[in-house]
Design a protein around this ligand. Structure first.
Ligand code: ZN
Length: 241
């Protein structure tokens, strides 16, 4: 069984009754809930817990970490960010959702500003499948339609993704690379755009399916890690004169 930790800053939920109504258990609770129902061993962690709920023990046993943050990126301790980065390089999967594009961990792993255009105008979003053989799109039709979402538009300042899985169109005319995968060290990273806090996006079955597919795709590979540094030859090297 895969161990998933769903991390959320959990601030909008405390301040905004609209968000509380959409996500009574918090965004983290909603995501962990559908993962548990599907048989994943999903737990939650939030910003205000000691070590933001991401102790060494928690990180050590996490196969895939899901990240939702927005208001409080700066409050995430650099020490914790460094530890999460190291776990990704060691093989832990990471799924960064929506406004997590500006999180310290995503910016650290990408090395770019990760900036974008945005607008809150109750727009329709259509996420087109751009990679139909990708395991993250399993069970998804040609596109996913969300009646209302926040707009994120290009240019999205990220490194060229290893794989572009979804491409979004918005009612107002913009497009956005909304499903992107990366490999970093031994780990895999999936950025998935939808999930503005005032919309019921994480209750949408297709969105849930993509996140579950993402968790399976990002799980660590069970193998010995590469060895670095000075190496003894495997074969005898002929003496050249
Ligand atoms: Zn948002």
């Amino acid at each position: 069984m895969l161990n998933v930790t769903v991390w959320n800053e959990n601030r909008h939920e405390q301040r905004n009754p609209v968000v509380r109504e959409v996500y009574p258990q918090g965004i983290h609770g909603a995501i962990a809930g559908f993962l548990q129902e599907a048989g994943f061993n999903a737990k939650t962690a939030t910003l205000d817990e000691p070590d933001h709920g991401l102790t060494d023990a928690v990180l050590e046993e996490t196969d895939v970490l899901i990240w939702w943050g927005h208001l409080a990126h700066d409050e995430v301790d650099d020490v914790v960010v460094k530890k999460v980065q190291q776990r990704v390089l060691d093989g832990m999967g990471l799924i960064v959702l929506h406004s997590g594009h500006f999180s310290k961990i995503f910016k650290t792993l990408m090395g770019t500003s990760c900036d974008l255009k945005w607008r809150e105008a109750d727009e329709k979003e259509r996420l087109w499948v751009a990679d139909p053989s990708h395991p993250i799109t399993e069970g998804i039709s040609e596109y996913i339609e969300l009646e209302r979402e926040e707009m994120y538009g290009e240019h999205f300042d990220i490194p060229a993704p290893d794989e572009l899985v979804f491409m979004s169109w918005f009612e107002g005319g913009e497009v956005f690379r909304s499903g992107c995968t990366y490999k970093r060290g031994n780990g895999k990273v999936f950025y998935f755009r939808p999930g503005h806090e005032t919309y019921p996006t994480y209750h949408n079955k297709d969105i849930q399916r993509v996140i579950m597919n993402g968790v399976k795709w990002a799980q660590p590979v069970d193998r010995k890690r590469p060895v670095y540094g000075n190496a003894t030859p495997l074969e005898r090297i002929a003496v050249k004169n």
